[in-house]
Design a protein around this ligand. Structure first.
Ligand SMILES: CC(C)(COP(=O)(O)OP(=O)(O)OC[C@H]1O[C@@H](n2cnc3c(N)ncnc32)[C@H](O)[C@@H]1OP(=O)(O)O)[C@@H](O)C(=O)NCCC(=O)NCCS
Length: 181
């Protein structure tokens, strides 16, 4: 798609809605298109598998009945402390990229999470992109996660001022989200 037709597509009207089960197939199709077949091999998936998506805090953009962007939040523990959300996947349909819709949706998710009492947001992604909405790098040795993450791609944003000082340690899926073994 040329840059002018991309700009035209990005200007199409869209609405932001809460995530819900009825959109699951459309969201999965969007994520498949955005991330390709290697999607489930990503380290981030280790923090989503066996976890329960916080649907009431996740947001979708819809245009003419199609899901064109999605951001999901998931609960995480940092050390023994609950209260962190894991952000992602963040995806915008290729035809709608170019107006930072991914950041707009992420910001809306985080506003909802903050109102709901969540303290910290964590993601794996580009500091250049997510730094635009206040995410900063955190060291992987202080926040070990199950799987490899290149230094500089593990990012956090405080939802409660100063909370990073109290929340340190391994990042994991909350025990109550895991199936009983
Ligand atoms: C990443 C993604 C969500 C960005 O879409 P978007 O919100 O429409 O963002 P835009 O295309 O408007 O880009 C906004 C700015 O961020 C930059 N940017 C976009 N993706 C970037 C990335 N992965 N790394 C660094 N910068 C990026 C753009 O160059 C642009 O910069 P500019 O304002 O200086 O021109 C989209 O490209 C996508 O869905 N990619 C595939 C899935 C993915 O990689 N998701 C992110 C990891 S969770």
């Amino acid at each position: 798609m040329s840059s002018s037709s991309k700009a035209a597509a990005a200007a199409l009207p869209y609405s932001i809605i809460d995530d819900a089960e009825l959109h699951d197939n459309a969201v999965e199709a969007l994520y498949d298109r955005a991330f390709g077949p290697g999607r489930f091999a990503k380290t981030a998936e280790r923090l989503r598998e066996g976890n329960d998506c916080l649907k009431h805090l996740s947001r979708l953009a819809v245009s003419e009945g199609e899901v064109i962007a999605a951001v999901r939040l998931w609960p995480l523990m940092v050390g023994d402390v609950p209260g962190a959300v894991f952000v992602g996947p963040v995806a915008v349909d290729e035809a709608f990229r170019g107006s930072s819709l991914g950041l707009e949706l992420t910001e809306l998710c985080l506003e909802a999470a903050q109102k709901d009492g969540w303290k910290l947001a964590i993601l794996i992604g580009s500091a250049d992109y997510f730094g635009r909405i206040g995410f900063t790098k955190i060291p992987t040795q202080d926040y070990p996660i199950p799987g490899y993450v290149p230094e500089g791609r593990l990012l956090a944003r405080e939802l409660s001022a100063g909370v990073l000082a109290d929340m340190q340690g391994p990042i994991s899926v909350p025990r109550d989200a895991r199936p009983a073994s």
